[in-house]
Design a protein around this ligand. Structure first.
Ligand code: GLU
Length: 520
């Protein structure tokens, strides 16, 4: 895809429209607080790397500062595209405030769940306060929500598996990786001593497959470099947030790892390991990857990177290829939720991976990544609240992969679409601005997505109204925005006809040639 950069005059026109849309009625300077309000209303954060220069410039100013056009232009040389998309409602979830409010409700409903038991096979997990509940989401445009204990670090455990699989795929390619593992659900428990008919792990999402991915990643490098490689990949996936490491968890995992050692030896016996693999080192590397610590907030960005085909939404870096992400998401959908995977795919219909620390990483492809964390687990080892949150979310919104089929399941909301009410309101406001001759208002509403040629129940467009009222500047402005002078209302009149009838001769003259050229 080639991206067409705007030429300098288009760029200036866009800056002007954004500036005008930030002005409060009757003011000609933009308030700094308005810029921040516009950003946070659509879920963008001040720390967003794409907005760094803009925010740094704004934060140097006093809180109550206002900006004239030239200084606004100066500040928005970077970050303009994001700001424009935010203000004009062109981010993936255009009515983000409403969506975030629903998410808060769903979160509160899921919080009522008090069932389940914290994993206690190692003391580091057993000691975690069970009541904690965090949620974060990040859209593919970097819109963010963080609730509850979203900033509390926890060990990622099995959520390391899908990503280690990605790292192995990136390095070795699908054919080489899948010589050492399959892509079928195992049908048995995640840590079962079982391999498939070819003597390799059933898939990369269960323990045997997770160990295998760890064996494959940078196999010939020193273990320290392999660990650095993995942490640096996580940092890039998370938009620059480096994972922590719980040494206590690692030591406990290693000390209680008879089953994982048994899996390793069984794979070696079946000659499933890559040639020259150091079994103990590979297992230790696997425990280390499980002991990385992250928060819901940073994992949501990782999930959003997957939702976005491997490109991190907040840095714009293509961290892993879309092909790799496709393989990973396919297996997360069929195998990511332990023995609940089939039912999860059936009911929730989204790729996800859970871990025994109570984390659930869920991907809504092309929309967003979600991470929940709450330590109490159900009988299958999945976080009770994590499952409940996703179940309720998918009940409200059409996120299940098959919700869109044949326009089915219409009772669910689609947060990717602006509501009809909103579109109607935009038209009402645009007609009003046109008849009042409010050019700034017109620009602002068109920037927000109002259709310049939409008409009311009488077939009258904003141009009809501006023409009847003799608002010559508004007529010029609407024509400049591409309004058609040839449209007819339900009495068959064009805007020029209206101007003539109302005695607005200047407007009639202005419209006559454009009408002629348009209808020619
Ligand atoms: N460290 C855990 C194990 O290998 C991972 C458990 C999990 O989250 O599924 O037993």
């Amino acid at each position: 895809m080639t991206i067409q950069l705007p030429n300098p005059s288009q760029h200036a026109a866009r800056q002007r429209r954004i500036f005008q849309s930030l002005l409060l009625p009757g003011e000609d300077r933009a308030r700094v607080t308005e810029v921040f309000r516009a950003l946070s209303e659509c879920g963008l954060r001040r720390e967003d790397p794409r907005l760094r220069a803009l925010v740094a410039g704004l934060e140097e100013l006093p809180r109550d500062a206002t900006l004239d056009e030239p200084s606004f232009f100066d500040l928005t040389r970077q970050g303009l595209l994001v700001l424009e998309a935010a203000i004009s409602g062109h981010l993936i979830l255009p009515e983000f405030g409403d969506f975030a409010a629903s998410v808060r409700e769903v979160f509160a409903e899921a919080e009522l769940e008090r069932g389940g038991k914290v994993a206690d096979y190692i003391p580091q997990l057993g000691r975690v306060a069970p009541e904690q509940f965090g949620l974060a989401l990040c859209t593919i445009d970097g819109q963010r929500v963080a609730l509850g204990d979203a900033e509390t670090p926890f060990c990622i455990q099995s959520v390391s598996k899908p990503l280690n699989y990605c790292f192995a795929l990136e390095e070795l390619g699908e054919a080489a990786v899948h010589r050492h593992m399959g892509c079928e659900p195992s049908g048995v428990s995640f840590n079962e001593l079982a391999l498939n008919r070819d003597g390799v792990p059933h898939n990369p999402m269960i323990n045997a497959g997770g160990i295998m991915s760890s064996m494959l990643i940078q196999q010939n490098e020193p273990i320290s470099d392999r660990f650095d490689h993995v942490t640096s990949m996580w940092t890039r996936l998370a938009g620059g947030v480096r994972p922590g490491f719980s040494n206590a968890t690692y030591l406990s995992e290693r000390a209680t790892a008879d089953r994982n050692f048994a899996l390793g030896y069984s794979m070696r016996e079946h000659r499933a390991l890559p040639a020259g693999a150091n079994l103990v080192e590979g297992l230790e590397f696997y425990f280390q990857c499980c002991s990385l610590e992250m928060t819901c907030d940073s994992l949501a960005v990782v999930a959003a990177t997957l939702a976005n085909g491997g490109m991190c939404p907040v840095t714009g870096e293509q961290v892993i290829s879309a092909r790799t992400v496709q393989s990973c998401l396919s297996l997360m959908l069929s195998c990511g939720m332990y023995d609940y995977s089939g039912e999860w795919a059936f009911r929730i219909g989204l790729p996800a991976k859970s871990g025994v620390s109570g984390v659930v990483l869920t991907v809504v492809p092309n929309v967003m990544g979600i991470c929940t964390w709450s330590p109490r687990l159900d009988a299958q080892g999945n976080s009770v609240r994590g499952i409940e949150f996703c179940r309720r979310l998918v009940e409200r919104f059409n996120f299940h992969v098959y919700d869109g089929l044949g326009g089915g399941v219409r009772q669910k909301a689609d947060p990717r679409r602006r509501s009809k009410v909103d579109d109607r309101q935009l038209l009402v406001d645009l007609c009003w601005a046109a008849s009042e001759g409010d050019c700034e208002g017109i620009q602002r509403l068109v920037l927000r997505g109002a259709d310049v040629d939409a008409s009311d129940y009488d077939g009258r467009t904003p141009l009809h109204l501006a023409a009847s009222e003799g608002r010559i500047d508004a007529v010029r402005c609407l024509l400049g925005l591409g309004a058609s002078a040839a449209c007819r209302d339900r009495w068959g009149n064009t805007p020029a006809d209206d101007a003539e009838r109302e005695g607005q001769t200047m407007v009639a003259e202005l419209l006559a040639p454009s009408q002629a050229t348009r209808s020619a």
